[in-house]
Design a protein around this ligand. Structure first.
Ligand SMILES: [Zn+2]
Length: 272
């Protein structure tokens, strides 16, 4: 399996020194225990991205130690003056294969973010964004839609409570993990239908909640959109529970669909 969304590094600074940074070796150990062959490691370089930072250089160093097991993404804060130049360097000199995790305290279509999307398009990078702590949008995801339209060469991979909230027509963005049945007419499905450059990152509590809050709806959603679904965990802390592992093993789909969600779709997107 390919875990499309994982983190190493110092992402729990408020627990210092009780909770040390998650190392590449601990990540490999977790992958071996849960049947993950390859993990896409995502740096976090914006203060809104989590309770800590992980620089792209740390991800590149981990990938270089375990090139068979890790894919390196890059991340640059859009407010960094040399952001565009850094993207060029990380792609051309260090072989980073995607942009993410993109979470910062700006609107999703802030001009500073748009220039990063233009760079992703130039290099053919997929972009994983988290819509909860940052990269803000509104009900119906109009700012995401604008970017899907303006940057057809970027595959936007939606993630986080703010993205998955829009799987439901009511799109109540005030609740992080809604438990109510999903209402038809959600923006996620409409945008998947209208824009081929949108994929769904199934990782984290938000992806898991979207797939488990209304099992009947989820079954239809998977049937309609499985070629655009990317399995992942968002593993970032030692000992973290990963219900996504059990979910992918147990969902009632054909072997072809299970393999696509857990491996094939990501492999295609990453050019593996
Ligand atoms: Zn993440």
């Amino acid at each position: 399996m390919i875990d499309f969304h994982a983190h190493i590094g110092n992402l729990a600074r408020e627990d210092y020194p009780r909770r040390p940074a998650l190392t590449a070796e601990q990540m490999i150990d977790r992958m071996d225990r849960t049947g993950v062959d390859i993990a896409v490691l995502q740096p976090l370089e914006s203060p809104e991205g989590g309770w800590g930072y992980c620089l792209t250089e740390e991800i590149i160093a981990a990938r270089d130690r375990y090139p068979e097991r890790f894919i390196a993404f890059l991340c640059v804060d859009p407010r960094y003056p040399a952001a565009e130049r850094l993207i060029d360097v990380f792609v051309t000199r260090h072989g980073c294969k995607g942009f993410g995790e993109h979470v910062n305290g700006l609107w999703f279509d802030d001009p500073l973010n748009l220039r990063l999307y233009a760079k992703c398009e130039e290099h053919g990078l997929p972009l994983v964004f988290g819509d909860d702590l940052g990269c803000f949008d509104e009900p119906g995801l109009p700012r995401l839609e604008r970017c899907l339209k303006e940057f057809p060469g970027v595959t936007f991979c939606g993630h986080g409570p703010g993205f998955w909230s829009a799987i439901s027509g009511d799109d109540d963005r005030t609740i992080v993990y809604p438990t109510t049945p999903i209402k038809p007419g959600g923006a996620v499905e409409r945008l998947l239908g209208e824009y081929e450059n949108l994929c769904c990152d199934m990782s984290a509590g938000s992806g898991n909640n979207a797939m488990t809050r209304d099992p009947e709806f989820a079954a239809g959603f998977i049937e309609r959109w499985w070629p655009r679904l990317l399995w992942g965990t968002d593993y970032c802390l030692v000992g973290q529970e990963t219900p996504q592992v059990q979910w992918i093993a147990e969902i009632d789909v054909s072997d072809e669909v299970r393999h696509a969600i857990g491996h094939g779709n990501a492999a295609r997107l990453l050019g593996l």
